[in-house]
Design a binder for this molecule. Structure first.
Ligand SMILES: N[C@@H](CCC(=O)N[C@@H](CS)C(=O)NCC(=O)O)C(=O)O
Length: 212
């Protein structure tokens, strides 16, 4: 029997964290229902979400009565609940690579605030409005390029031995710069574009989930 999965997304389709959760579901090849809600989340839904999921945000995954928010909690849950070999991997098989993937994803969620402010996801998922980067955003962009260059070798389309959900997150962050026409090494542009060509990411961009 197909698992009873529902993903709640923002109706504007701008959340990088909804992106992560939807790509995770698609990569796991799971059928799921999709619900969209406008942000900010209005009452009484906000209170209902806070009651059931503890943190009332999107992405929200509901599986068999379990309500989970926080994108990383969702992908970790999916990875363990629907493990290999039955479903494809989300995280690297190798312990050190898995730690590195988590390191990158945690960093992307807690850093680069000035760059994220000057290059919002609306530029990637919607219409780019290119404006000059602030000095702080330029420093963030330099740091992003330095980190990505350490992790992605020229000609590679993934960070580790195999694709992982961290590739989707890193590519999205690089796409902020691509959309902003900010300079970066060509192999990082190609890496990000290769991610953008993945079926799972195309599903997010098209707002068309795998139907149950
Ligand atoms: N750290 C969280 C971020 C989730 C989050 O902040 N979601 C925003 C949308 S991007 C939200 O639901 N905000 C609630 C509101 O605006 O009412 C994650 O990784 O999922």
């Amino acid at each position: 029997m197909a698992p009873d999965l529902t993903l709640y997304a923002d109706s504007a389709w701008m959340s990088p964290w909804v992106f992560h959760a939807l790509v995770a579901l698609e990569e796991k090849q799971l059928a799921y229902k999709l619900e969209t809600i406008p942000l900010p989340i209005a009452e009484p839904l906000r209170s209902q979400l806070a009651d059931k999921a503890i943190l009332g945000k999107v992405p929200l995954l509901i599986h068999d009565g379990v309500w989970i928010t926080e994108s990383l909690a969702i992908s970790e849950y999916l990875a363990e609940r629907f493990p290999t070999p039955g479903n494809p991997r989300l995280f690297p098989a190798d312990l050190v690579e898995r730690a590195r993937a988590r390191q990158v994803m945690s960093w992307l969620r807690t850093s680069l605030m000035a760059l994220r402010n000057d290059r919002p996801t609306s530029g990637v998922f919607g219409h780019p409005t290119v404006r000059p980067l602030s000095d702080k955003a330029k420093a963030d962009a330099d740091e992003l390029v330095r980190v990505a260059s350490r992790l992605v070798a020229p000609g590679k389309t993934q960070m580790f031995a195999e694709w992982s959900i961290a590739d989707a997150d890193l590519a999205l962050c690089l796409m902020r710069m691509v959309a902003g026409q900010d300079h970066m090494p060509e192999h990082l542009v190609q890496y990000a574009l290769a991610q953008w060509d993945r079926r799972s990411i195309k599903r997010f961009l098209a707002h068309v989930p795998t139907t149950p």
